[in-house]
Design a protein. Sequence first.
Length: 99
Amino acid sequence: MPSIIDQTLFSEPSGRPLGLVFLCGALLMAGQQGYYVVVEGATLFYPVLFVIVGMALSGIAESLPKPRRREAGVLRLAAITVLVSLLVIGFFAPDFITA
């Protein structure tokens, strides 16, 4: 009997439309961050970089072909790790997020 985590994490990728949404969101956020840093001269906001990487990994995982369940699961796990690490940093080093 497969576990719920196994069914959710290593399920077939949902297809190109959802992956495209995640990838476009990551690209838009990266563009916004780049604009503020290069044109406006603002400092780099590190928490957004974590979100960009997490969204990009999720987008790549969902864009894979249907038979690549294991690769999609690994990318999903990496995205979850990146986003959870942002939460952990928020609890233990909030100056990194607010600075």
